[in-house]
Design a protein around this ligand. Sequence first.
Ligand code: PZK
Length: 287
Amino acid sequence: MPEAALHVGSGKVRELYALDDDRLLLVASDRISTFDVILPTEIPDKGRVLTGLSAFWFARTRDICPNHLLALRADGRSTECRRLEMLPIECVVRGYLSGSGWKDYSVTGAVCGHELPTGLTESAQLPQPIFTPATKATTGHDENIDRDAAAELVGGDLLDRVERVSLELYRFAAEHAGSRGIVIADTKFELGFDDEGRLVLGDEALTPDSSRFWPAEEYRSGGAQPSFDKQYARDYCESLGWDKTAPGPELPEEVVAGTRARYVEAFERLTEIRFDDYLASPDVVLR
Ligand code: PZK
């Protein structure tokens, strides 16, 4: 727990504190959600894996877009970041047809105004990645919006910039991950402006909580794909016949251990850094 910091916000599995007028502290917990419900059992080190991965990507995408990262704390789960004026849209990029993208396509043939080829199956790779902005729901689910609705919220010129940056970030990460056996099916970025008017990448980026990670060796279009990180927990929850309303079930220790191992595996495959080395000194991901 950070001392002398005001709590300014809670995400489902993260907390945000104000350090001073210009800086925030983003703290990633070990909580995990499945089917949109936070489970009562934590996954040890999950918050550290996500914090380290996000910092790894921040360090490697500076030339595409500056980011809010100021420092990683020694606990490995806390990021000191620059306070931004966040844009009122979620910047989603999809390379594959899954989740709400698949749902929208199967009903309308389009996602956020992108008319797609007919006959695509669930989880199909798209001819090219598409930018599919969404509103930020304060309660419930983000809503996919088309270009006109997004331009209404941020303006057309800024939307063009945000789309270009988002696509470039996704292409860079998807290529890197693909060469290490992980498909990044889609991902969500949060962008904002710093006090000098620069467009800056914030929040966490390119983690399994802000993206869909799929094991490349198991990828097969034509149905839902297993999640790289959460599949053990989902399968266990499904096996109970749980109705997917809160409170979720406790996870047994073998499911916790299997899930933790998958998070660590994602970290090590993507960063090529041993997770123990990250725990010993988090800044290794920044070099
Ligand atoms: C900011 N969130 C979402 C994330 C939470 C809530 N650098 C920034 N500047 C200003 N605002 C934000 C950020 C960032 N990141 C992010 N809400 C505001 C969020 C994590 C935990 F409780």
